[in-house]
Ligand binder design. Structure first.
Ligand SMILES: Cc1cc2nc3c(=O)[nH]c(=O)nc-3n(C[C@H](O)[C@H](O)[C@H](O)COP(=O)(O)OP(=O)(O)OC[C@H]3O[C@@H](n4cnc5c(N)ncnc54)[C@H](O)[C@@H]3O)c2cc1C
Ligand code: FES
Length: 323
């Protein structure tokens, strides 16, 4: 049976357990959230032994080289000695601003103690003093000097509730990251871009859109933002102004319930997009937000002619029970 050594003690990994499962089963308080390899919260470091490649998928190269891996998707085939995340991966940060962008979306600005290299659209994991950790996409651009996050209030949500009700400017948090591969890659500047998100799925898209413009993207850029009703849309005026300044940028806010009188498209976001663009051969897409929608959109865009290598997605996986 494979064993893992952690903080001087040895633990058996039973059957199909991951490193995270084995440590949690033994009562160890290891940070985690999605338990599906999608949020980066359970990052650990292998000090000795072989880490399966799957447990390092999507991590930045410098982390891979240092043995970092995601414990929730790490099923080792031989013994491992593991440790927690070192100071080289975790950064201290101060909350510099908290502004409501809509009734349930808070814009959080964080100033990191050291400069953090990220691409607009990637995500970071925020860790509170007690160890609670959740991931949030970065809406700001690297040259803006701060991390901008858009946090939607989830009913009964631990981290989102904390940001909405308890967090104060000046408070300290830790930040892990960045992670994720949903960002604009320069080149093919004439390619049409499709950016689709619901809710705070707008956060990474807001960064990606501005990043593409900064890189001189010349092809048409279509941003679709969907919400249940108009109160769920945010940054509407700002995005309309941005589209007004760039003739090749089009912004389409859409609501599931409402009417066209407000200037919004009405209907499920996938239908709104495909009604307008039924053929997508040669396009590049960025899909962010609700995991079910992201998954189904990936399939629909592929069936509409988009190459799967041109579809970048970031699913906002919720925390697993008791995380
Ligand atoms: C890569 C990535 C990027 C993300 N980016 C963002 C972002 O930019 N902005 C943002 O607001 N969130 C984002 N999330 C989601 C975020 O990490 C948290 O899951 C979210 O804020 C809820 O955490 P919480 O602690 O408030 O709720 P929890 O305490 O984890 O959950 C409370 C309850 O609500 C349920 N729940 C959790 N999420 C949802 C949901 N979306 N809808 C309905 N029920 C839910 C849980 O299952 C649980 O029962 C992202 C997630 C990932 C993996
Ligand atoms: S990546 Fe492991 S808990 Fe989310």
């Amino acid at each position: 049976m494979v064993k893992i050594e952690y903080e001087g003690r040895s633990y058996a990994v039973a059957g199909k357990e991951s490193v995270l499962d084995a440590l949690l089963r033994n009562g160890l308080p290891v940070a985690h959230s999605c338990k599906a390899g999608g949020c980066g919260s359970c990052l650990m470091r292998a000090v000795e032994g072989e880490v399966p490649a799957k447990a390092q998928a999507g991590l930045k190269e410098s982390w891979k080289e240092q043995g970092y891996f995601l414990a929730c998707v790490c099923h080792p085939e031989s013994n491992l000695r593991v440790g927690g995340v070192g100071a080289d991966a975790r950064l201290g940060a101060t909350i510099t601003a908290l502004d409501l962008l809509s009734s349930d979306v808070m814009r959080v600005r964080l100033h990191c103690d050291e400069s953090i290299r990220f691409r607009a659209g990637q995500y970071v994991t925020v860790i509170l003093e007690g160890g609670l950790s959740r991931s949030y996409s970065v809406a700001s651009l690297p040259n803006e000097g701060e991390l901008e996050l858009h946090v939607r209030r989830i009913s009964g949500g631990k981290m989102s509730g904390w940001f909405h009700d308890d967090a104060k400017v000046g408070q300290r948090v830790s930040v892990l990251g960045p992670s994720g591969e949903c960002f604009y890659v320069a080149g093919r500047e004439d390619q049409p871009l499709l950016l689709i998100g619901t809710g705070t799925g707008l956060a990474p898209l807001y960064g990606i859109l501005r990043d593409a413009l900064l890189h001189g993207h010349r092809g048409p850029v279509h941003l679709f933002h969907g919400a249940l009703h108009k109160g769920g849309l945010y940054l509407v005026d700002e995005l309309r102004r941005l589209a007004g300044r760039h003739s090749h940028v089009e912004y389409t806010p859409a609501v599931l319930k409402g009417d066209h009188a407000d200037g919004f498209e009405v209907g499920p976001i996938d239908q709104v997009v495909l009604r307008k663009f039924p053929k997508l051969t040669g396009w590049r897409a960025f899909l962010c937000g609700d995991p079910t929608l992201v998954q189904s959109l990936k399939k629909k865009l592929f069936l509409s002619g988009m190459a799967s290598r041109d579809i970048y997605a970031d699913a906002f996986l919720p925390s697993a029970p008791s995380s």
